[in-house]
Design a protein around this ligand. Structure first.
Ligand code: C5P
Length: 218
């Protein structure tokens, strides 16, 4: 059985932290698929173009493909800003962009690196579109207000000056765009286990997920 864990959920739900912790505990590879969309958006904004226009977004995909050969654009800390997150959710609504990034994600899912025991992909459509046959699917969510407070803390730690109200408004807009779009909308797969992280610590989240992983993979 392929050891694939699909983890989906809205922004700041805790899925990224959980995925990293789980990957470390299980000796699995981890792909943060949001970074792919952020990297495309970054390329579009570098060109001073509008990310919701398909031709611009596809140019961004091509620029990313070129950069992937020479550097590691996915680990660029500049991808982590709210402006890039917002632009990422615009390019992510375009089917041809999603098609472009699908092979990269499936290739990662199906070819774990030597020495690793499986893979974890986190994103919005991993359980529904990218890896519908993953033996373990988790959908991580939390109340919007709690996610906005978490995101605000993160941004403040990075020295960005933001207000709670502004972050909450952006979070609602991003939720609406990600859940309301026609292509690959954010939603739990039918067979996903839903975990509400609102009142759970990082350690409790990991413990829960490890229990599900043990059930799925023995
Ligand atoms: O998870 P993160 O906030 O980095 O994702 C940025 C944006 O990329 C999301 O708001 C979403 O629109 C898009 N995304 C997606 N599908 C994924 C991962 C991210 O549509 N698998």
């Amino acid at each position: 059985m392929k050891k694939i864990i699909a983890i989906d959920g809205p922004a700041a739900s805790g899925k990224g932290t959980l995925s990293r912790n789980l990957a470390r505990e299980l000796n699995f590879a981890h792909m943060d698929t949001g970074a792919l969309y952020r990297a495309v958006a970054f390329e579009v904004l570098e060109q001073d173009k509008e990310p919701s226009v398909e031709d611009n977004a596809l140019d961004g995909c091509k620029a990313l493909q070129v950069n992937l050969h020479s550097a590691n654009p996915l680990s660029n800390p500049d991808l982590r800003t709210e402006i890039i997150g917002e632009a990422a959710s615009k390019v992510a609504s375009i089917q041809s962009v999603r098609d472009f990034l699908t092979d990269m994600q499936r290739d990662f899912a199906n070819n774990p690196k030597d020495g690793l025991d499986g893979v974890i992909l986190d994103g919005r459509d991993i359980g529904t579109v990218i890896c519908p046959d993953a033996p373990l699917k988790l959908y991580i969510t939390a109340k919007c207000e709690i996610r906005a407070a978490r995101r605000m803390k993160e941004l403040q730690l990075k020295g960005e000056s933001v207000t709670y109200e502004a972050v909450l408004e952006d979070m609602r807009a991003r939720d609406a765009r990600d859940s309301g779009r026609k292509v690959a909308p954010l939603r739990p797969a039918k067979d996903a286990t839903i975990i509400d992280s609102s009142d759970l610590s990082e350690a409790q989240m990991l413990e829960n997920a490890l229990t599900y992983a043990k059930k799925a993979f023995g």
